[in-house]
Design a protein around this ligand. Structure first.
Ligand code: THU
Length: 130
């Protein structure tokens, strides 16, 4: 099963009654393990969480911190574009070269990288004088 297939499967569990926009995400860590997440919305809208955030949280909870590959899928007309916050969250645990596959339910895939999704990322180097 590909990482996109993993993301497609977990998307079914998304809790998205407000947007009706279900998203699934899968991250493979450098150990080879795969961690899954889906968006979990809330009636207090800002409390909702993205699929990517869920997958990253599962990875960190399992004791891992290095992402090797990412897949995100939604039923969108074009491959789903991760929000700005999720790009920053991915950059926390992935090098710029890490591949990201963005997919639609129709089977369209866009191959990109964490670095291309977040050029000029704020990183730890900026904290060096603090
Ligand atoms: N969403 C994600 O989970 N990931 C993305 O990459 C884009 C947006 C969710 C947030 C919200 O639950 C719904 O999609 C509509 O914005």
């Amino acid at each position: 099963m590909s990482l996109v297939d993993d993301a497609r499967a977990v998307r079914e569990n998304a809790h998205a009654p407000y947007s009706n926009f279900k998203v699934g995400a899968a991250v493979r860590s450098t150990s080879g393990a795969v961690y899954l997440g889906c968006n979990v919305e809330n009636v207090a809208y800002p409390e909702g969480t993205c699929a990517e955030a869920g997958a990253i949280a599962a990875m960190v909870a399992a004791g891992e911190s290095e992402i090797a590959a990412v897949a995100v899928i939604a039923d969108s007309p074009a491959p789903v574009s991760p929000c700005g916050g999720c790009r920053q969250k991915l950059a926390e645990f992935a090098t710029g070269a890490v591949p990201v596959t963005l997919a639609t339910m129709d089977g369209t895939e866009l191959a990109t990288t964490v670095g291309d999704l977040l050029p000029g990322a704020f990183d730890q180097d900026y904290l060096s004088r603090s």
